[in-house]
Each structure stands twice: as structure tokens, then as C-alpha cells.
Ligand binder design. Structure first.
Ligand code: OSB
Ligand code: MG
Length: 379
């Protein structure tokens, strides 16, 4: 396949409602989209980094620099070393992108945005849906909701109630020191049967072990990333001390990280985010590892636009994604998404699109309306 040019756009979009985690409140999404072009086809990838490096070391600005100064040149070098002429990049399969970018360490969200655009371009050229291209088998995926930290229990209970009524298959509640055990107890009392989980975004330490032991009584599906963002050793100790399954998010950046965490027993579940692990190819490896070792996996979210969400829906159709993910529909995040039709949920399920590529149309006027910078690179 020929890749003729790459365009990077920066967008700023107002969110439907503010989203609060243990690292702050977000009212807008500041993100990058990568477009890979060949002939009349355009493939789209989304960079899921946050505006500032609070979730991980990457941020929107640093990803823009990484893509421009290191990743596009690495792709060009790889193509030229394969004996190809300049002016285009030639690849046989999108799996080669991760090899081409391997000389650059980490920068996973930046890599994933570029790789995702190439997967979409390739899938369109082959006439395959993204799900087919990724090896997905599910026609529908189960959907969970991630609820940010609310000021009061009453507000949280109202939000959980609305989510249950909307049909979500499980409800994730963000926690942080001071808004944890008591708050979860109040929710559990109100919703005795609802599948509920908590996400701490690495806000605790082993000194809080008793707090997590007390949470065992709440019958949570799992506790996501209770301890440090770069830890798998203390998580092992915590998992050994509690019944509730530990789910790793921030700690897993690669299949190698996943292998080590599985070997240690640092958790029983992995949240796979395509961006955090550096792309689709690495996500597929982690999905396979989870399947082979009997761990549950599910697809995480990063408050994506419809483009990132379409990639998430497609990867979640792989059989190793065994639990509902954070793949809420477009309307949860945006007054108007940049894709048409928008991602919709019915009875807690999203139908995996069958049309080529993303399976949703990208609306150029809406893209342009939100674009603050645009740079095109000839290859
Ligand atoms: O930890 O899963 C997380 C959003 C931004 C950064 C980190 C996380 C999240 C979410 C929201 O939980 C998931 C979503 O609905 O996209
Ligand atoms: Mg998380």
C-alpha cells in the first residue's frame, strides 16, 4: 500500500459535561487527528493524549512534536531502507508500522494515532471494516459508562440511576481520597444489584490497604489502577490482600508489561487502551495474552471523538474483550460528534459497523469547525 501524505490536525471541542478524575476537571478536549492519504482514500487515527501530562507522560503538544519530528521521519527512513523511493511510504500491512516506529522509545499515544490512521486507510483499500481488519468476531459489544467524581453522593446517585435506566451494562465510578468508601457504600445501598466498579487513577498507596479491604464488602466488579501509575509490584501485594479483582490501566504500556504483571499476579483484569499501549498491533498482543492466561480484558476510553471511538468499538469486537468497556456513545461526550451517523447504544449494546474502515463517515465541515491547527507532510 502507498501512503502519499500525512496530515495532523489539532482540534478543540467542548464536552457535553465536565469530567472530573483524581487528576483534575476537564471541560474541553484538546486532541490531534492524524489523516493518512492514498489516492481518494483517507484513513483517520486519533491521538488520545490529554492536554497536560496528568494521566501519563504524553500530552497533546508533546505528541504533535513526536509525530512531526520523530515518527514521520522514522516511517520515511524505514520505507527508504526497504529500498523504496522517496515521495511515498510503501507498506504491505499496517502491522509493519509498529516495527517502523520501534526505534523511537515509548511515545505510545503519538505512535498509536499514526498507526490507527494507517489501519483505517488499509482497511478502506481492502474493503474491510476495521473490526474485520483487526480480527474481531463480535457483531455487538457491551457498553459500560465511566462517571467522573461528583461533589455530592446525591448527584452521583442520580447520575448512576440515569445510567442504569439508559441500559449501560456496568457503571464505573471514579474515586479519589476523600471520595471513596462512604460514597461507594451510598451507591451500593441504592443499587444493590448493579454491576459497579471503581477507578482510582493511581491516587492511593499500600498504606490504604485497609480501605480497599473494606471495599470487598461492596461486591465491586473490580478496582481499576488503585496504586501508582508505574507500579506492578505493590499492586501484586494489594491483590493478594483483597478479594475484589484489581484491574490495571496506567501500569500497562505493552504486551511485555502485561506478561510481567500476569506473571507476578498484579491484577486479574486489564483495561486495554489502544493509545496507551502504542496501537492496534500491541493491543492484539495483549488481548491474546489475556485469553491465553484466563484474564478478563476490556476496552478503556480516553474521552475520544467518534474517530477514536470507532477504533475502540472495532478492537472491542475481538473475543478476548470479555467485559463491557468504556465505549459510551457519542451523545455522552459531544453535542455533535464529528462522525455521521454517530455512535449509538441500544439496550446497552453498540452494533459493530460492517462498512469499510471506521464504518462511520467523517464530516469535513465539522472537522474544520473544530480545527485550530493543520499541518500536512509530504512523504
Ligand atoms: O482512567 O480510564 C481512565 C478518561 C480520561 C483519562 C483516563 C480515564 C478516563 C475515563 C473515561 O475513565 C473513559 C471514557 O469514557 O472515555
Ligand atoms: Mg482508568
Amino acid at each position: 500500500m502507498r501512503i502519499e501524505s500525512i496530515t495532523v490536525r489539532r482540534l478543540r471541542m467542548k464536552m457535553q459535561s465536565a469530567f472530573t478524575t483524581s487528576f483534575g476537571t476537564q471541560t474541553h478536549r484538546d486532541l490531534l487527528l492524524v489523516e493518512a492519504r492514498s489516492g481518494e482514500h483517507i484513513g483517520y487515527g486519533e491521538c488520545v493524549a490529554m492536554s497536560a501530562p496528568f494521566y501519563s507522560e504524553e500530552a497533546t503538544s508533546t505528541c504533535a512534536v513526536a509525530i512531526e519530528e520523530y515518527l514521520i521521519p522514522a516511517l520515511q527512513n524505514w520505507s527508504r531502507q526497504g529500498g523504496n523511493p522517496g515521495g511515498v511510504v510503501l507498506i504491505d500491512h499496517p502491522e509493519q508500522i509498529s516495527q517502523a516506529l520501534a526505534p523511537i522509545k515509548r511515545n505510545n499515544m503519538a505512535k498509536s494515532a499514526l498507526e490507527g490512521a494507517v489501519w483505517d486507510l488499509w482497511a478502506r483499500q481492502q474493503g474491510l471494516s476495521l473490526a474485520e481488519a483487526f480480527g474481531g468476531t463480535r457483531r455487538q459489544i457491551e457498553v459500560g459508562l465511566s462517571i467522573g467524581i461528583k461533589q455530592t453522593d446525591a448527584e452521583l446517585i442520580e447520575t448512576v440511576g440515569a445510567a442504569v435506566d439508559a441500559g449501560y451494562k456496568r457503571i464505573k465510578i471514579k474515586i479519589a481520597p476523600g471520595r471513596d468508601l462512604q460514597m461507594l457504600r451510598a451507591v451500593r445501598t441504592e443499587f444493590p444489584e448493579t454491576p459497579i466498579m471503581a477507578d482510582a487513577n493511581s491516587a492511593y498507596t499500600l498504606a490504604d490497604t485497609e480501605l480497599f479491604q473494606a471495599m470487598d464488602e461492596l461486591d465491586l466488579m473490580m478496582i481499576e489502577q488503585p496504586l501508582a501509575h508505574d507500579d506492578i509490584v505493590d499492586h501484586r501485594q494489594l491483590q493478594a490482600a483483597i478479594r475484589t479483582p484489581v484491574c490495571l490501566d496506567e501500569s500497562i504500556h505493552s504486551a511485555e508489561d502485561a506478561r510481567k504483571a500476569i506473571e507476578l499476579g498484579s491484577g486479574k483484569i486489564i483495561n486495554i487502551k489502544i493509545g496507551r499501549v502504542g496501537g492496534i498491533t500491541e493491543s492484539q498482543r495483549i488481548e491474546a495474552l489475556c485469553r491465553e492466561n484466563g484474564l478478563h480484558a476490556w476496552c478503556g476510553g480516553m474521552l475520544e471523538t467518534g474517530i477514536g471511538r470507532a477504533h475502540n468499538v472495532a478492537i472491542a469486537s475481538l473475543s478476548g474483550f470479555t467485559l463491557p468497556g468504556d465505549t459510551a456513545p457519542s451523545a455522552r461526550y459531544w453535542a455533535q460528534d464529528i462522525i455521521e451517523p454517530e455512535v449509538v447504544m441500544e439496550a446497552g449494546l453498540i452494533t459493530v459497523p460492517a462498512a469499510p474502515g471506521l464504518g462511520y463517515g467523517v464530516v469535513p465541515d465539522r472537522l474544520d469547525a473544530h480545527t485550530t491547527h493543520l499541518v500536512s507532510y509530504d512523504l
